[in-house]
Structures are given as structure tokens and as C-alpha cells.
Design a protein around this ligand. Structure first.
Ligand code: FES
Length: 159
């Protein structure tokens, strides 16, 4: 697939090029822009960013950054991307039970997408809302102090 920034993204990219003299600073935001526009950042997307940044940024550098951060989706995700935190505070507050409940409810395993492409479930590391454990992030929103009942209400509310 051939990528191309939208007009708005291209403007943003050009502004960043002027603002940041070191192109390494642009790898993260460029990947972010691509993901916002495309939904994920695959190998072709990484190629595109490396080409757009050009020398001295290599494809290996872009690849290294994109694959280090789990926040970049390396493959398409469903309309609702559910990221459940499985780190200490959430784990101690029952994230396993919540995760199992979501899996049973959606009929998928963690890491999978429902056949209708509505939901993708992934387990991630701490999302910084430890005081509100257990929690999930769905697209851009946090849902906290979860119980199986609360999860059902949340999933029912997503069209
Ligand atoms: S441990 Fe779950 S948000 Fe920090």
C-alpha cells in the first residue's frame, strides 16, 4: 500500500521539519500522525516515514522506534481497540478476571479482532492510571475501576 499524508498532515509535517533541527525528534510524531490517519503503522508505513524524513534517518531507526512502542499498531485493529492493562496494580485488582470476561463476551482471545472487525483486544503495560485499577483504554478513552458488570455496560454502549 502506498501512503501519503493528507493535506493537514503534510502541513503539520512541514511545520515540524522547520521546528525540529534534529530529524530523530520527528520519528515519534510522524509515526503518530500516520497511525491517526491510517489506524496502524505497518512495514509500508515505516518505509514511508523513513523516505519522508530522509537522510540521516534510516529505515532501521524508524523500524526500531515503531516496534519498541506498543502504542503503535503494527496491523489493522477493530473499530474499538481495547487495551487492557495487565501491570501490577491492575493485575492485583483483578485485570485477569476482566480480561477473561472481555474474551468470553467477544468470543476472541487477547490479540485478536472480532470477525465483524468491531473490537480488538490487547493486553498492554501500565497506562498510568494505576490508582483507578483495573482499567482499559478503548480508542482514546480510559475506563476505570472496572467490574465485569461495568465492562458489559461499556461494551453495550459502543455501536
Ligand atoms: S498498573 Fe494498570 S494503569 Fe498502571
Amino acid at each position: 500500500m502506498m501512503y501519503k499524508f493528507s493535506e493537514a498532515a503534510e502541513k503539520r509535517f512541514q511545520r515540524m521539519l522547520e521546528a525540529f533541527p534534529d530529524k530523530r525528534s520527528l520519528i515519534l510524531p510522524c509515526l503518530y500522525i500516520l497511525q491517526r490517519e491510517n489506524g496502524f503503522v505497518d512495514q509500508d508505513g515505516m518505509n514511508y516515514i523513513a523516505e519522508r524524513l530522509g537522510d540521516p534517518i534510516s529505515l532501521a531507526q524508524v523500524y526500531g522506534v515503531a516496534t519498541f512502542y506498543t502504542l503503535y499498531n503494527k496491523k489493522p485493529v477493530g473499530k474499538y481497540h481495547i487495551q487492557i492493562c495487565g501491570t501490577s496494580s491492575c493485575y492485583l485488582r483483578g485485570s485477569d478476571e476482566i480480561e477473561e470476561h472481555i474474551c468470553n463476551r467477544l468470543g476472541i482471545h487477547t490479540g485478536q479482532t472480532t470477525p465483524d472487525r468491531k473490537f480488538t483486544l490487547e493486553e498492554v503495560e501500565c497506562l498510568g492510571a494505576c490508582g483507578y485499577a483495573p482499567m482499559v483504554q478503548i480508542n482514546d478513552d480510559f475506563y476505570e475501576h472496572l467490574t465485569p458488570e461495568k465492562v458489559d455496560q461499556i461494551l453495550d454502549s459502543l455501536n
